[in-house]
Design a protein around this ligand. Structure first.
Ligand code: GLN
Length: 489
């Protein structure tokens, strides 16, 4: 049999249910893999090995009794360190929360625990999910398993690297402007951002509340369907979660996209996209046509304002959300003073990293009297126009296709200008502003590095995206490849 860590979730699930393998064996194989490759990749802020083995034993009991078995029972999963885990350190990649043990679980965690997952650990991320490289983690950068000198993308870089390196079978991240899809692209994974409201945000440490969404990383569409199914649906603890019925994502994977209409937004075909990326996407579009889809050109005319609007709205919401870190309520606290104000100032001076401070300043400025109308209000108007562009496009197409990121994985330290870093999300940001769903799927390679292809779908059309992703996997082998950089270790 192939190494256990190379199995897909659906294969492993079958073997577990047939009692051909145990969850303890499967978990041990992953912990061995962690021991072998984690020192180079550095995907985790915390490895919960003892808990994992305990949960694996619990899972094996479920299989023995045949009761309460879920497609994720006994499956090793990694969790981005921005999702609250009861009594288990949840740092959000920040000094501010370095020792923070949440007194409750995120709803997503509650659902996963009920399903009986095995949690391998918490994964590294850009501080408070602000970034596209995981270099802004307060602790250490994560390396891309495809080339250890390169970044895995971000902000959910640890969640992506863990799955790409075989240290977890699937993982969860959060996507505010691209933080699941972009690292998914750079690490050759499926990275899915659900429709806003599809997955509960209760217990997700907030960055920008009107944009944040939790979603899965997987090595194939079927696994992504299982991971999304397990967490999707209304939650009374999150008033922005949607009561719309959750589809059966597995059933949507019927292998065919015949007759589907897929739009190519002309505004997403821009100069500045690396030629290798543009070429791979072009070839994939041809492939979608050969598979029976009708390819049509569409226009999303307000795309060019997306990044600018996002970098007003997201920092504005962040400046409000992050005001709670004052050294008094919880988290890091500067104590070497008797002055209350100095205590708060120093807490925030030492507790936050430079990118987070930049965002807080941008956001506070944009919201301040005199500037609110000029910046924040205008950005919100652009947001509406971007949403209307998508509404119009989805009147005639089932999905949109583009590159996920204009480049393949860049070198750690290569991008020092914050604005250049922000431009990484040029193709991913509009979906967050509009609240629609999107996925990055393995779309080929350029100079040995993965290229991600993005599919965007209308609200609650995750089933359509997963169907296309699954059908695409039937005619390509990109998703089956493993990073060579780790093979010799
Ligand atoms: N890179 C974007 C930012 O820095 C998006 C991050 C995210 O989706 N969390 O804001």
């Amino acid at each position: 049999m192939t190494e256990l860590y190379k199995l897909s979730i659906h294969e492993a699930g079958q073997l577990l249910r047939d009692k051909k393998i145990s969850s303890v064996e499967l978990t041990q194989a992953h912990l061995d893999r962690v021991r072998e490759v984690e020192p180079q990749v550095k995907a985790f802020t915390l490895i919960t090995d003892e808990l994992a083995l305990q949960q694996a034993q619990e899972a094996d009991k479920r299989f023995a009794s045949g009761e309460n078995v879920h497609p994720l029972t006994g499956i090793p999963i990694a969790i981005k360190d921005v999702i609250c885990t009861k009594d288990i350190t949840t740092t959000a990649g920040s000094r501010m929360l370095e020792h923070f043990k949440p007194p409750y679980n995120a709803t997503v965690m509650e659902r996963l625990n009920e399903a009986g997952i095995v949690m391998i650990g918490k994964t590294n991320m850009d501080e408070f999910a602000m970034g596209s490289s995981t270099e802004h983690s307060a602790f250490f950068p994560t390396k891309n398993p495809w080339d250890l000198e390169r970044a895995p993308g971000g902000s959910s870089g640890g969640s992506a690297a863990a799955v790409a390196a075989g240290m977890a079978m699937g993982s969860y991240g959060s996507d505010t402007g691209g933080s699941i899809r972009q690292p998914g692209a750079l690490c050759n994974l499926i990275g899915l951002k659900p429709t806003y409201g599809r997955v509960s945000r209760f217990g997700l440490i907030a960055f920008a509340s009107s944009l944040d969404q939790i979603g899965p990383f997987a090595r194939n569409a079927r696994d992504a369907a299982i991971l999304l199914q397990a967490v999707a649906g209304y939650d009374k603890c999150d008033s922005t979660s949607s009561p719309v019925d959750v589809q059966n994502y597995g059933a949507a994977l019927n292998g065919s996209i015949k007759g589907m209409r897929i739009g190519v937004p002309e505004e997403y075909m821009i100069e500045g996209t690396q030629p290798g990326v543009a070429q791979a996407v072009q070839e994939n579009i041809e492939r979608l046509r050969e598979m029976g889809a009708e390819i049509v050109s569409v226009s999303l005319p307000h795309t060019k304002y997306g990044v600018a609007a996002y970098y007003i709205i997201a920092p504005a919401e962040a400046s409000s959300n992050l005001s709670r870190y004052d050294g008094i309520k919880y988290g890091y606290s500067y104590r070497d003073t008797t002055d209350l104000w100095e205590g708060m100032e120093k807490t925030r001076e030492f507790g936050f990293g430079s990118e987070v401070k930049r965002r807080i300043m941008l956001g506070t400025y944009a919201l301040s009297a005199g500037y609110y109308d000029a910046y924040y209000k205008r950005a919100e108007k652009i947001r509406t126009l971007i949403k209307q562009d998508f509404d119009k496009a989805f009147e005639t197409v089932d999905a949109l296709v583009s590159a996920t990121s204009p480049t393949v994985a860049f070198k750690i330290g290569e991008i020092s200008d914050p604005y250049q870093m922000y431009l990484n999300d040029i193709f991913t940001i509009p979906a967050n502003l509009a609240g629609i769903c999107g996925v990055s799927i393995p779309g080929g390679f350029s100079e040995g590095l993965p290229v991600g292809m993005q599919l965007l779908g209308n609200t609650f059309k995750e089933d359509t995206l997963l169907r296309i992703a699954d059908a695409f996997e039937q005619v390509t082998d990109y998703h089956t490849r493993w990073p060579q950089a780790l093979a010799t270790v």
